[in-house]
Design a binder for this molecule. Structure first.
Ligand SMILES: Cc1cc2nc3c(=O)[nH]c(=O)nc-3n(C[C@H](O)[C@H](O)[C@H](O)COP(=O)(O)OP(=O)(O)OC[C@H]3O[C@@H](n4cnc5c(N)ncnc54)[C@H](O)[C@@H]3O)c2cc1C
Length: 278
């Protein structure tokens, strides 16, 4: 039966945990070696379904491909993710993917890029930032706005420092639950950083990922800054089982987050985004 399914929807391939890095309490990056031993084609923003034998399968964004290993950063929250991050080096898991639509980075060449993220929402965005930084001449100004609750929650701190030191790259960080300001950090929500961001509102693309409540607030702020809806792309996160529009759990109006997203062009989903029960 599996030969009739498109690539990626088939039975999981076996991945071996080659390395594991703790990023913060409860968050780990897994480095996976694939049994196929070939490169893995994916677009930044796509995700894989990671399967722990006998326990279940979860969607996890693809962070990157480094030295023949696939990188996934995972927050341990429940039944599958907790045992996933607790695996020992050499353990095996199942992997299906890549799934979904990623960021349209090639279409956005020439424009200023504004990345807005909060919490672990940064996983699918960080891979896109790395691509833009490595292909610096293809894009205009790069603006990175990241919000967390506490300073120590920021993952990949050295990367943020490196991006800050690049020419024509503005990095603004906000901590919403800190009492004291730490040198370049602002206190407050990530959306408040937009007032300080410098980019061309008429020729920019905004790439956002994080809790929907944050993205709704950011959309209001962006409208105040004259950023048009057609300049905005969002990565959504929903609870689902299949990854190819069959289980129906992630339906959003006429779309399925798993196969039509997780990255959407905002005008495409504007009528349904933020509404309960659609
Ligand atoms: C497209 C996509 C990309 C994702 N990328 C990442 C990633 O890169 N790293 C990462 O750590 N997580 C990511 N997630 C979230 C991850 O899939 C869930 O945390 C995971 O499915 C939880 O499974 P569990 O069995 O461990 O938890 P469960 O035992 O099923 O649930 C534990 C708790 O988490 C809640 N929960 C479960 N799934 C989700 C979800 N999708 N969104 C919000 N809350 C949820 C449950 O309601 C419950 O309260 C992504 C989700 C999607 C849809």
């Amino acid at each position: 039966m599996t030969e009739f399914l498109p690539k990626g929807l088939q039975l999981p391939i076996v991945a071996t945990l080659a390395d594991k890095q703790q990023e913060s309490p409860g968050i780990y990056t897994l480095h996976l070696a694939l049994e196929t031993n070939s490169s893995f084609d994916f677009a930044f923003g796509q995700f894989n379904m990671l399967y722990l034998f006998g326990l279940g399968e979860v969607p996890i964004s693809i962070m990157g491909w480094q030295q023949d290993l696939l990188l996934h950063t995972i927050r341990a929250v429940g039944r599958v993710t907790q045992p996933l991050v607790a695996l020992d080096i050499g353990a095996q898991l199942g992997l299906r993917g890549p799934f979904g639509q990623g960021w349209p980075l090639h279409q956005l060449e020439g424009q200023d890029l504004v990345f807005i993220t909060a919490g672990l929402g940064c996983a699918p965005v960080v891979a896109a930032i790395n691509y833009a930084v490595e292909n610096r001449s293809k894009y205009g100004r790069i603006v990175i706005l990241q919000g967390v609750k506490h300073h120590n929650d920021l993952l990949w701190q050295p990367q943020y420092e490196r991006w800050r030191d690049l020419g024509d790259c503005q990095v603004l960080l906000a901590a919403s639950e800190e009492k004291k300001r730490k040198y370049h950090w602002r206190l407050g929500m990530v959306t408040e950083l937009l007032a300080l961001a410098q980019f061309d509102a008429n020729y920019c693309a905004v790439l956002m990922c994080g809790p929907e409540i944050m993205m709704l607030a950011a959309l209001k702020q962006l409208a105040k800054h004259q950023v048009h809806d057609k300049s905005v792309y969002l990565s959504l996160e929903r609870n689902f089982q299949c990854g190819h529009g069959s289980c129906g759990h992630c339906q959003l109006g006429p779309y399925f987050v798993c196969k039509d997203g997780p990255v959407f062009h905002y005008p495409q989903i504007k009528s349904w985004f933020g509404l309960a029960g659609v």
